[in-house]
Design a protein around this ligand. Structure first.
Ligand SMILES: C[S@@+](CC[C@H](N)C(=O)[O-])C[C@H]1O[C@@H](n2cnc3c(N)ncnc32)[C@H](O)[C@@H]1O
Length: 225
């Protein structure tokens, strides 16, 4: 038997009223937290891989066990897919998802907050960027822990011509889309999702548990690749 997952309950019932003010504060200040040494080492390794493969780049940020990274690599054989996650335990379970015929990808262990800052600094040209089921941090006072409520969001929006976010919490998806519009002037499309074949373990778990799933797709008009 697989464990079911409880539907998200939150004391926040609509997009956070402070979101845009917070993003404006970040726009006017620089994020000072030093980049951890291990993040820089991971980034340098990734930078070398990306440079050597000379293919258009796809990021799978928060890839967990890397199941979606393999699927994306299979779906886009002419691209190079980089899966990034901070959890060594999840990345160590990747062997169960490997496919012998798919090799145009790599997984790196890094903190996305550092990794995205470095990737933006080095002006990475990212064609497609996937954020599949990021931790929702649904308590109202946890807005700053959500990726779109963090100073790094200003860097994140530079890292993709196309973005796809999936979540089982509609408010996260609504906030992400409106934060993206606020910072870049580009709207996305939010829709309910009923995948025939789940692309990640969390998607499978949430679907099996009867959760509604949401997807935001954004074609970032401020980026030309
Ligand atoms: C809910 S899981 C989703 C994993 C996978 N995308 C899936 O759908 O199965 C969220 C993932 O994001 C990773 N994560 C959260 N914050 C992160 C950060 N700051 N840097 C890197 N990974 C992070 C976690 O380790 C975890 O694997």
């Amino acid at each position: 038997m697989h464990a079911l997952s409880a539907v998200i309950r939150s004391n926040q019932l609509q997009p956070h009223a402070e979101l845009f003010a917070l993003l404006e504060r970040y726009r006017c200040s620089s994020f000072q937290k030093p980049i951890a040494r291990h993040s820089r080492v991971a980034f340098e390794k990734a930078e070398q891989l990306v440079h050597e493969c000379k293919r258009p780049l796809i990021l799978d940020s928060g890839c967990g066990v890397g199941a979606s990274t393999v699927q994306l690599a299979r779906e886009f054989p002419g691209h190079f897919v980089l899966g990034i996650d901070k959890s060594a335990a999840r990345l160590a379970r990747h062997h169960a998802y490997r496919e012998a015929a798919v090799s145009n990808y790599a997984l790196v262990r890094a903190d996305l907050i550092d990794f995205w800052r470095l990737a933006a600094q080095y002006e990475w040209q990212v064609e497609r960027h996937y954020l599949l089921y990021p931790n929702p941090w649904p308590k109202k006072n946890a807005l700053k822990k959500r990726f779109h409520g963090h100073p790094v969001f200003w860097d994140l929006i530079k890292l993709g011509k196309y973005f796809e976010l999936r979540s089982n919490w509609e408010i996260y998806a609504l906030e992400f889309e409106s934060a993206f519009f606020h910072c870049s002037g580009t709207h996305g499309v939010l829709e309910k999702l009923t995948p025939m074949l789940p692309v990640t373990p969390f998607e499978r778990k949430y679907q099996r548990s009867g959760h509604e799933l949401f997807r935001v797709r954004i074609l970032n008009s401020s980026i030309t690749i």
